[in-house]
Design a protein around this ligand. Structure first.
Ligand SMILES: Cc1cc2nc3c(=O)[nH]c(=O)nc-3n(C[C@H](O)[C@H](O)[C@H](O)COP(=O)(O)OP(=O)(O)OC[C@H]3O[C@@H](n4cnc5c(N)ncnc54)[C@H](O)[C@@H]3O)c2cc1C
Length: 496
């Protein structure tokens, strides 16, 4: 006799959405969290809480954020982010490789799933600080990212756990799932180690929602390639690929972009894993308004190729590929007011100088002479006839260079100059398990495995090469809810 109807492995966003959905169907649910209480919630806790959702106008947003004040509505151009725009972004960003069925579910269920989360007590607010700049007295949202969870990632995870507690979902901390109990009739439980004690727990259905393998240096090197062991981990130290491994061990099918991941520019001196006191503050995402140079003093990427949302997740890899795995971001006073909050944190690797020559001497490990030549070549190439506008792809380019800049090009000539050192910070991995549209894990022969479901980072075939910002939480919520509902349905008809 199974002790639980549904065991959910993990206690981040995807896991808690699965647990709440299964509980809603009246099932007895246990969530296993490898981390202690203070570090619960995996990468979800580290996020800013930004969530990409399709909406056709302010009326749709009001359903998610009924507390929007009159003044906020008057002073803000929320625009639209239609399902079609979301489809276009996913297709373009993943180079048309993402599984169309999963993408369709992700997009069409995005708004209804956030509405459902509201019923569980999760609150949403507009992302004023990061996704909207004020132009002519009005905030204008851009790049399809408009909504964030109140209180950011920690607020989201707290709200989900509060709902879990209120709904009678048991959460066991410091309890690591190590293997699946399975036979020819499917999965019938989990083998765990809880505070040093090994145990077997029976369940009629199991949902794996315990993240990718980003915190496993060995697997990173094996699957992402050389030097990935040197990347810093932006978030939790607990996502070491356990869920993927456990499923593969019982014959699950792997799929998706196993050599791909989400990785960003991250403070060069950040610790090996994320620090909850800093959250996502080590990221440095305002590079579209400046330039980046490597150890040779050369630019190496088009900083203004697209909105930050559409380039930041792939530029970590580009930084990792530079000599010494680092870069410096350079800004002058014309754009300093546009720098995101994360540039003003205390633990930042920063240099400041009144002349470019002085700055060159302060850029650790950079060829100073070549750096000065790079800036002067770049300054000469900026097309100042095109007006600068941070809210649109303004086409203000620096052309004719070995590495052009396509938008937001401004000369670097107004002191004091600022520079920030970054390396590669990995967020999460893209390869994972194959699931059905109902969130059920599929085996190597293409058959759904009875009793096994998955959601969140460890699902493959959704992201390839790159990622539109805010989609990780949305994917976890949509597929978490689907997996939880399916697992509950399976549990009601299954005796193990
Ligand atoms: C710094 C940072 C900022 C980010 N910002 C955003 C953002 O603003 N918007 C966005 O959409 N996405 C963002 N992301 C990505 C986002 O965090 C993830 O896509 C999403 O949170 C993943 O959710 P998940 O539930 O799959 O995994 P997680 O939230 O990582 O949860 C995994 C859970 O499994 C647990 N676990 C691991 N192994 C085991 C085991 N063997 N047994 C039991 N439990 C286990 C972990 O402790 C954790 O509780 C960010 C990520 C980082 C690191």
């Amino acid at each position: 006799m199974a002790e639980y109807d549904v065991i959910v492995v993990g206690a981040g966003n995807a896991a808690m959405c699965a647990a709440l959905a299964a509980r809603e169907e009246g099932r007895r649910v246990l969530a296993l969290e490898r981390a202690p209480l203070e570090e619960r919630g995996g990468n979800s806790t580290f996020t800013a809480g930004a969530i990409r959702v399709a909406y056709n106008g302010v009326e749709d947003l009001l359903e998610l954020m009924p507390d929007l004040s009159e003044e906020e509505r008057r002073n803000t151009d929320f625009g639209t982010y239609s399902e079609d725009q979301f489809f276009d972004d996913m297709a373009r960003i993943t180079q048309h490789r993402a599984n169309p069925d999963l993408v369709e579910l992700l997009i069409r269920r995005s708004h209804p799933t956030l509405k459902w989360l509201r019923t569980k007590g999760v609150r949403f607010v507009p992302i004023y600080g990061r996704q909207a700049f004020k132009v002519d007295g009005k905030f204008k949202f851009w790049g399809g990212l408009t909504v964030e969870a109140w209180g950011g990632g920690p607020g989201l995870v707290d709200a989900l756990h509060k709902a879990a507690q209120a709904n009678g979902i048991e959460v066991r901390y410091e309890s690591r799932a190590l293997g699946l109990l399975a036979d020819d009739s499917g999965v019938r439980g989990v083998r765990i180690k809880s505070k040093g004690v090994s145990q077997e727990l029976g369940a009629k259905a199991v949902v794996l929602a315990c993240g990718g393998f980003e915190a496993n240096a060995h697997w990173r090197t094996r699957y992402l390639g050389p030097n990935w062991d040197l990347a810093k981990v932006r978030g939790t130290r607990f996502n070491t690929g356990d869920g993927i491994r456990m499923a593969l061990e019982i014959g699950a099918q792997s799929c998706g972009n196993w050599s791909g991941c989400h990785a960003v520019g991250w403070d060069r001196n950040a610790p090996e894993f994320g620090d909850l006191a800093v959250g996502d503050g080590f990221q440095k995402h305002s590079y579209p308004f400046g330039i980046m140079v490597n150890a040779r003093g050369l630019r190496f990427v088009d900083e203004g190729a697209d909105f930050r949302n559409y380039t930041y997740a792939k530029y970590g890899r580009v930084i990792l590929e530079q000599p010494g795995q680092f870069a410096w971001q350079i800004f002058d006073q014309k754009v300093v007011h546009l720098l995101r909050d994360e540039y003003r944190i205390r633990r930042v690797t920063k240099a400041q100088a009144d002349t470019l020559e002085e700055l060159a001497g302060k850029l650790d490990d950079v060829d100073a002479e070549r750096f000065l030549a790079t800036v002067s070549e770049y300054n000469a190439a900026v097309d100042e006839r095109v007006p600068f506008n941070p809210n649109v792809k303004d086409g203000r380019a620096a052309k004719g260079l070995a590495v052009p800049k396509s938008n937001w090009a401004n000369t670097i000539d107004r002191p004091p100059f600022l520079a920030f050192a970054v390396t590669c910070g990995i967020t999460f991995t893209f390869g994972g398990l194959r699931i059905t549209n109902g969130g059920q894990v599929v085996d190597t022969e293409g058959r759904p495995i009875p009793g096994l479901y998955a959601a969140g980072e460890l699902v493959g075939d959704i992201f390839y090469f790159n990622y539109p910002g805010g989609t990780g939480l949305m994917s976890g919520a949509v597929f978490g809810k689907i997996a939880g509902t399916s697992a509950a349905a399976a549990a009601s008809g299954r005796n193990v």
